[in-house]
Write a protein that binds this ligand. Structure first.
Ligand code: CP
Length: 311
């Protein structure tokens, strides 16, 4: 399989075999990082972040630097010529001369897809509005693979903002392509997954979905609990956010009757939906997940840049 020159905008842009290839290479990079410290020597990553980010932007930067490449870009569109009214198309036409691979985060859904249409170098979606976040999905998948050894036959619960949560949308769509998955969707009624997504998931007769507003109801049966924050920035008014922000708080006592090999994941940042007392529980893997995100992004960029023949 050859991913060289491709874009990654939606996790469905890659087949399951292609996703697996990225995950396997990411695990190799995790184990033997030093062997690949010159893999991207001479390559430049361009970061175009029109929205705040810690993990996505900096793990991409860390990934490129660990492979011997360099990085340029902006983390605040207000410090770029976007502030003067420059279009995405013009920004990309310029940036693809300055960098060999681009990662873009944008509040508008579809912006990275538009960018890919004007770019002569690979464009990676670093998160677009409430739509997709495919490299977070790769991060989630590599974590599941690392701890469970395979991705199938799992009962996965998603909890929190399932309406606007792009990490949830991307991971749900992707996991539904794996064998024998069933999903527990835990949210307040106001933040249920979009109907179109639910209908799309249920087109696969193997997929089972249970919706509930209770965090406790299914906890003892769950293999993976994917917590998410209620996202203040997606609400139109403060009052609605305040009403929902404390809907779910996972703490130690709630974990008493859960499976011993339960994985608690979270794309982060966390606000208050996981108590700090959970961090020391062996089931809590969200910081390991953020760490693995660097290596899977190394693997992704190496493949899109076509340098993996040296691996
Ligand atoms: N998970 C994630 O996308 O985190 P950042 O918003 O910090 O990039």
């Amino acid at each position: 399989m050859n991913l060289a020159g491709r874009h990654l905008i939606d996790p469905n842009d890659f087949t399951l075999e292609e996703l697996q290839e990225v995950i396997d290479l990411g695990l190799e990079f995790y184990r033997e990082t030093k062997n690949y410290s010159n893999l991207c020597k001479g390559k430049i990553l361009g970061t175009l972040f029109y929205e705040p980010s810690t993990r996505t932007r900096l793990s991409f930067e860390s990934a490129m630097l660990r492979m011997g490449g360099t990085v340029l870009g902006f983390s605040d569109a207000n410090t770029s010529s976007v502030k003067k009214g420059e279009s995405i198309a013009d920004t990309i036409r310029v940036m693809d001369d300055y960098a060999d691979v681009l990662v873009m985060r944008h509040p508008r859904e579809g912006a990275p897809r538009l960018a890919s249409e004007f770019s002569t170098v690979p464009v990676i979606n670093g998160g677009d509005g409430g739509h997709h976040h495919p490299t977070q999905t790769l991060t989630d998948l590599i974590t599941i693979q690392y701890y469970r050894g395979e991705i199938k036959n799992l009962r996965v619960a998603f909890c929190g903002d399932l309406l606007f949560g792009r990490t949830v949308h991307s991971l749900l769509k992707t996991l539904s392509r794996y064998p024998h998955m069933n999903f527990i969707l835990i949210s307040p009624p106001e933040l249920k997954i979009p109907l179109h997504l639910k209908e799309e998931l249920l087109e696969n007769p193997q997929v089972e979905i249970y919706e509930t507003s209770s965090l406790e109801e299914y906890l003892p049966q769950i293999d993976i609990l994917y917590m998410t924050r209620i996202q203040k920035e997606r609400f139109f008014n403060e009052e609605d956010y305040v009403k929902l922000k404390d809907s779910y708080i996972l703490n130690q006592s709630k974990l008493n009757h859960t499976k011993k090999d339960l994985l608690i994941l979270h794309p982060l940042p966390r606000v208050n939906e996981i108590d700090y007392d959970v961090d020391d529980n062996p089931r809590a893997k969200y910081f390991d997940q953020a760490r693995l995100g660097v290596y899977v992004r190394m693997a992704l960029m190496a493949q899109l840049l076509g340098v993996t023949d040296q691996c």
